[in-house]
Each structure stands twice: as structure tokens, then as C-alpha cells.
Design a protein around this ligand. Sequence first.
Ligand SMILES: Nc1nc2c(c(=O)[nH]1)N[C@H]1C(S)=C(S)[C@@H](COP(=O)(O)O)O[C@H]1N2
Ligand SMILES: [Mo]
Length: 425
Amino acid sequence: MPNRRPSDLETPVAGGGLLHRRALLGGTIAAAGALSAAQAQDPIGLGSPLTMTRPGAGFSGYGAPAEWAQGIRRLTPPASARPGTGSSRTPLEALEGVITPSGLHFERHHNGVPAIDAAKHELLIHGLVKRPLSFDLDSLRRYPMVSAMRFIECAGNSGGLTGETIAPTATAASLHGLVSNSEWTGVPLSILLEEAGVDPSARWLLAEGADAAGMSRSVPLWKAMDDAVVALFQNGEPIRPEQGFPMRLLLPGFQGNANVKWLRRLKVTREATYTRDETSRYSLLMADGTTRVFPLELGVKSLILKPSPGLTLRGPGVYEISGIAWSGAGRIRAVEVSADGGRSWAKAALDGPAAAKALTRFRMPWRWDGSPLTLLSRAIDETGARQPTRTAWKAQFAPGQSYNYNAINAWAVDQAGLLRGVHAT
Ligand SMILES: Nc1nc2c(c(=O)[nH]1)N[C@H]1C(S)=C(S)[C@@H](COP(=O)(O)O)O[C@H]1N2
Ligand SMILES: [Mo]
């Protein structure tokens, strides 16, 4: 490149070749092909692409991804005798930015997606209230709404990493694909509860779904009055059937399972109900033999997606490392990246503005010299909480406890540029 002064931006800021956050703005990648003079001067018609020589396709009532992108699919489970029980995963490493396209939002169903007739569906608020109320979809749509970017993450996400071995074929999606991020729009639950008139003795709610699993979770009243929403829209359109159409409970930052889909009833109660869904699962067995019940708020977490297994590096050179960070407690304050197995760290740039309890994209320029190394990321949220090492995370819990896993993740890069998941710390 002519007339380029080597600058401070190209001096590594940490081991393994991490570069200054602004290094890529200097044009150091050189992955683009050079332009020939003939290419630039060709008149339209002669060397122009075929698409310029005939009219394009017509309009469509609902758009679909480009054919080129149609391989970007949720990771669905193998066929089973109970086809609607289990989960599909978001192909995280195939996506950019932070919005999960609605058709790629992960799915977790305990007994399939119910076919709900929206014209007949009602949400009942009952229990310790002055006036039990029932809302159909039309009446709910008349209430004031709020929109916010929020992640939903299954409490079981990444839990496989508590085990000793990581499958050599594991990818970001297969290990961590039970997290997705949407703009959710709906009615603040506090408005509906105030209208029903909550009894001063009430402390909890029981949220019930209209699916065959009848999934039910207890929700602390403070959360219901804080930022909980009865969500009706996902990324601007009515919520998808898989995500709870016609309405779901959205509890920002809480374990995915408490975000009850196909929401049918909310019962205001004095105590938590201890339903099957919250006693058989989603509690934490601690190292000292006790059980932590209702560990609803998810911790701070991050994940490098580019590069990650399946996205092989094409030889030494400059790359952008990027990934996602999130916290159930609020905004991401900072993400640090290491390219030398955790010996040294450098601060990544964050795409902004970072929304609270939503995925945040981080980016870090990197010059890979072709030698094997280990990439790690660690996030800090606005409360000052830091992602723990795997060893520190595991020390809190009884063996086998794998819910709410948020430890630091690592990818090993080999000489051929292939990546795989490893336990680094
Ligand atoms: N009614 C109902 N709500 C539900 C579930 C369910 O099976 N039934 N699964 C829960 C679990 S375990 C998770 S992680 C989230 C997943 O939400 P998603 O499928 O929209 O990604 O929904 C929760 N809400
Ligand atoms: Mo879940």
C-alpha cells in the first residue's frame, strides 16, 4: 500500500497479536482483490454482470433469505419419538450484529408448539387481586406498549462445558446456541397488575402456559412490577408460534424457562408455588450440599464467534475477532480478549449503544502469525460482575450441576487455522 506510515495502531497491544481497537480502520487487511484499469472503465453492457441485462424478479408478500444464505438454519435435534420436546439452537457464528432473525431464534419446548386460535385465546389475571381480569389479544393491543432489545437464554445453555470432554465437532452453536436476542414489544406487566389491584400481602406470581406441557413458573412480584412485559411482538411482527404466539411473558435477564410462552394465566400468590417445572429443574445444587432455589437472574457472559470452530482461518494475516456479550443484570461495561491463553488481555471495542439485558457485539483486530494459540473473552457488566473461570465456576456447585453456566470460554487455534473448543482456565 503506497505512502502508508507504519503507526502505533499496528503495534500489538497484547500477546498473540492483538492489535489496537482502531487498527483495522487503517486498511491493513488487504483481503480485497486489486482493481484492473479495464474493470473500472468498461462501459455498461460489455463486461457487465448478467443481472444488468434483464429485469429482476417481482414482488413477494413475505420475503425470504437470499438463496446463498439458506444454509443458515437452526440446529434441530435428530428425529425422536417426542418431536416437540427438546430444543433447536441459533446458528450464532453464521450471524452478525446482535439481532437474531425471528426464524432463527432458538426453540425450547417441553411438549411441542401448540396451535393456538388467537381469536379465542385469553390471558387471565387472578389470585390475590381486587378484580380478576381477562384480556383477549385485541384488548391487550390497546394498552400502552414498550419495546426493548432483550436476550433470552436457556438456563441449560453451555452446560455441556461443565463436563470434561468437548466433542471435537462442537461449534459455538452446538455448545452455546440456546441464546437469542430480539426486539420485544408488549404491555408492561405492572400496568395490568395495577389495574387488577394486587393485594399488599402478595409476593409472587404463578405464570402458566397454554401448551401440552402446561409449563408453569413462579415469578417474584418485584420482577413483575419492574421490567416484565407481556410480549406480543418480536422484531416488529407478531410473536412467532415457536416463541409463544399470541403472547409470552418476557422477564429480561431471567432464566429462559421463566419466560412462559403461550401465556394463559397469571395467578398472584403470597408464596412461590414450587411447580414441577421449578423443582425438577432449574435450581442449583451447591458444593456445600444446599440447593439454591429460584436462581433466576443470569450472570455475565461472552463468547467469541469469529473465529470459532467451523470458521477456519485462511492463513496468517489480520483478522477481526468478534463475538457477543450479555448479562442478566444490565449493560455490558467491557469485554476483554486474550490471544495467548489468558496471559495477557486487551479491551475490545463494543458496538453501541449497548442495551441492557441484551446481546452486545464486541470487536478486536488481531494479526495471526500462524502459530497455535488459544483465544478467550471475558466480560464485565455494569454492576462490576466479571465472568468467572471455569474452575472458579465449578467450585461453587455440586458435581454435575450445569445450569446457569457463564464461565470464560476458549477456542484453540491450530497451525492449520482450525478451531476447537477447549478448557483453558
Ligand atoms: N409454555 C411454555 N413456556 C416455555 C417453555 C415451554 O416448554 N412451555 N420452555 C421454556 C424454556 S426452558 C425456555 S429456555 C424458553 C425458550 O424460549 P424460546 O423457545 O422462545 O427460545 O421458553 C420457556 N417458556
Ligand atoms: Mo430452558
